[in-house]
Design a protein around this ligand. Structure first.
Ligand code: C2O
Ligand code: CU
Length: 520
C-alpha cells in the first residue's frame, strides 16, 4: 500500500511566509520565550505540587557477554495515570513514560533491541550518541509494527532500511560520561511520537567522572521536563492532521510554529514534589518538550544558584554558576544544587520565568534534615581542547533556518526549511571529510534549537559576541534565537556515512526543517 511521495516544490519567501506561520507565541522577542502556540487542555488539571516525583526505573540488561551488555525494549500502547485518578493512553518504551533509563559505561558496547508493538512504524535515535550510521535511527529506517500491515510512504519503501517487528541498535559508546536520551525519530511523525511518550534517559558514566566525587546515588536525579495537554477523556491532546499517525503529515493550522502544552510534567508527573535532604544534589535536567523553552530558577535562590558541571556532550572543564538557566528543546544541563544552604523545612520551587501562572512553575523540593555529605565539586572537571578552526582549509558553511512554503501534490502548507530546502533523504547540505573540523554559520528567523547528529560541537560566537552563558562545553543542540547568526565548530569523526541535522522543535522537524550531512 503506497502513499504519495512527499514531493515539494519550494517557494521560499522569508518574512512574507513567516508572517503567515500560525501565531508565533510572543513573536520577535529575541532571547525570550518560545516559538509555538498554546494548546489548552480540556481536562480538569490538578493543583501544582500535589503529586510525588517519580524516577524512571533503570533497565537491566537481558544478558551480558564478551560483546557487551544487551537490552530489550518493547514499544507499546499502555495506560498511565498522569493526571491523578485519570487514565491516559500513552505510547511507551516498555509501556512507560519516560521510558526506562539505560545506565552504561563509556567504551563498553551495548545493544538495544527495540520491538515495535505500536500501531505505526517507529525509529529510535540515541540523541547525542556517537553512533554508526546504520544504528543512528535514520528517519526512514523504519521498524515496522509486529503483525500489522501499515501503509508505507514511497520514500521509505524506496530507500529506507526497513526491519520487520524489531531492530537491534549497537552503541559503541566511545564517548565520555554524559546524559543522553533516546526518542522516536520517524520522518514526518517525530512530534506526535514523542508527545505520546516515546522518550527516555540514557546515561553514560566513566572513571574520570566517578573520581570527581560528585553527588550520586539517591542524590542524583534525572529530570525530564516536558509540557503536554490533555483532552476531556484524559487522552493526550495533539493537533495532528492525521490522528492515526500514518499518512497525513504535520499539525493543523495555527500550530505549525510548535505545540505548547499547558501542563508541566517532570518524569511524567504534573508539577511534582520531591523530598530532599539538606545536602548537595546532582540534577540531570533535560528539556524533552516538543517546542517549549524554559528559563528555570530556584525560588528562594540558594547562594550558589545552579552550579553547572555538564551539558549535552559531557562535563564542563570547570563548574559554572548560574542564577537561572535557559533550556531549549533537547538540551541537557547537569547541575549541582546545594540544599544544605536552606533551613530544614524550606520549600524550594523550580520556576520557569518564560511563562507565568501554572506554566511558570515546574516542580518543588522540600528540604529535610541536614545529612552527611561527602560530595565535592572540584574546580577542574575535565579537559576540553578548543577545536582548531584557524588552520588552512577549514571549511565554513552557512545554514539558514527559515519558515517557508511547502507545496505537495494535494495541498499547500506552511513549513520549515534549511537553505530553502525541505528535508529529503537524497539531498545533503554538507559532505565533510572524516576527521575534518568545519565551521557552520547558523542563521535563523525564529527560535530554532539546532541539533547535529554524530558529533558534539563548540559554540564559537553569537552575532558579534562570543558564546552565551548556556553555550559552554560540548553541545549537541544550540538554542538559536530569532534573527541570530551563530557559529559552531564541529569535528566530524567516528564514522563515515549519512546523518541528519535538524531543528529540534519537533513540529519544525516534522514539517521538513531537517537535512543530511554525509561524512566522507
Ligand atoms: Cu533528539 Cu535528531 O534528535
Ligand atoms: Cu525550528
Amino acid at each position: 500500500m503506497a502513499v504519495t511521495r512527499r514531493q515539494f516544490i519550494t517557494g521560499l519567501a522569508l518574512g512574507g511566509a513567516a508572517a503567515g506561520i500560525g501565531v508565533p507565541y510572543v513573536l520577535g522577542v529575541a532571547g525570550a520565550t518560545s516559538t509555538g502556540r498554546y494548546l489548552a487542555s480540556r481536562a480538569p488539571l490538578p493543583q501544582p505540587f500535589t503529586q510525588r516525583l517519580r524516577i524512571p526505573p533503570v533497565l537491566a540488561p537481558v544478558r551480558s557477554d564478551g560483546d557487551g551488555d544487551h537490552y530489550e525494549i518493547t514499544q507499546r500502547v499502555a495506560t498511565a495515570e498522569i493526571l491523578p485518578g485519570v487514565s491516559t493512553t500513552i505510547w511507551g518504551y516498555n509501556g512507560i513514560f519516560p521510558g526506562p533509563t539505560i545506565e552504561s559505561r563509556s567504551g563498553r558496547t551495548i545493544s538495544v533491541t527495540h520491538i515495535n508493538q505500536l500501531p505505526v512504524p517507529t525509529v529510535v535515535h540515541l540523541h547525542g550518541g556517537r553512533t554508526p550510521p546504520e544504528h543512528d535511527g535514520y528517519p526512514i529506517d523504519f521498524v515496522l509494527p509486529v503483525g500489522r500491515d501499515v501503509p508505507l510512504p514511497v520514500y521509505a519503501q524506496e530507500s529506507g532500511d526497513l526491519s520487520q517487528g524489531q531492530r537491534v541498535h549497537w552503541y559503541p559508546q566511545e564517548q565520555p560520561a554524559t546524559t543522553l536520551w533516546y526518542h522516536d525519530h520517524r520522518m514526518d511523525f517525530t512530534g506526535p511520537g514523542v508527545w505520546k511518550g516515546l522518550a527516555g534517559f540514557h546515561i553514560i558514566r566513566d572513571d574520570e567522572e566517578d573520581a570527581l566525587g560528585l553527588p550520586s546515588g539517591p542524590r542524583e536525579l534525572p529530570l525530564m521536563i516536558v509540557d503536554r495537554s490533555f483532552d476531556l477523556d484524559g487522552s493526550l491532546l495533539y493537533p495532528a492532521i492525521d490522528p492515526t499517525g500514518l499518512v497525513g503529515v504535520g499539525v493543523t493550522d495555527g500550530f505549525e510554529a510548535g505545540v505548547l502544552g499547558d501542563v508541566t510534567l517532570v518524569n511524567g508527573v504534573p508539577w511534582p514534589v520531591v523530598d530532599v535532604e539538606a545536602a548537595r544534589y546532582r540534577l540531570r535536567l533535560l528539556n524533552a518538550s516538543n517546542a517549549r523553552r524554559y528559563d528555570i530558577r530556584l525560588d528562594p535562590p540558594p547562594p550558589d544558584g545552579f552550579v553547572q558541571i555538564g551539558t549535552d556532550g559531557g562535563l564542563l572543564a570547570q563548574p559554572l554558576q548560574h542564577d537561572h538557566i535557559e533550556m531549549a528543546p533537547a538540551q541537557r544541563f547537569d547541575v549541582i544544587v546545594d540544599f544544605s544552604a536552606y533551613q530544614p523545612g524550606t520549600v524550594v520551587t523550580l520556576v520557569n520565568d518564560f511563562d507565568s501562572g501554572r506554566m511558570g512553575q515546574v516542580m518543588r523540593f522540600v528540604v529535610g534534615d541536614r545529612a552527611e555529605d561527602n560530595s565535592r565539586i572540584p574546580d577542574r572537571l575535565t579537559t576540553i581542547e578548543p577545536l582548531d578552526t584557524t588552520s588552512d582549509g577549514v571549511i565554513t558553511r552557512t545554514m539558514r533556518f527559515n519558515s517557508g512554503h511547502l507545496r505537495s501534490e494535494d495541498r499547500d502548507r506552511h513549513g520549515w526549511l534549511i537553505n530553502g530546502e525541505p528535508f529529503s533523504p537524497d539531498v545533503a547540505a554538507a559532505r565533510p571529510a572524516l576527521d575534518s573540523v568545519e565551521i557552520w554559520r547558523l542563521v535563523s528567523d525564529f527560535h530554532h534549537p539546532i541539533h547535529v547528529h554524530l558529533n558534539p560541537f563548540q559554540v564559537l560566537s553569537r552575532g558579534l559576541d562570543g558564546p552565551g552563558p548556556y553555550d559552554i562545553g560540548w553541545k549537541d543542540t544550540i538554542d538559536l534565537r530569532p534573527f541570530e547568526n551563530a557559529a559552531i565548530a564541529v569535528r566530524f569523526d567516528g564514522f563515515r556515512g549519512r546523518y541528519v541535522f535538524h531543528c529540534h522543535n519537533l513540529e519544525h522537524e516534522d514539517m521538513a526543517m531537517m537535512s543530511n550531512f554525509v561524512v566522507t
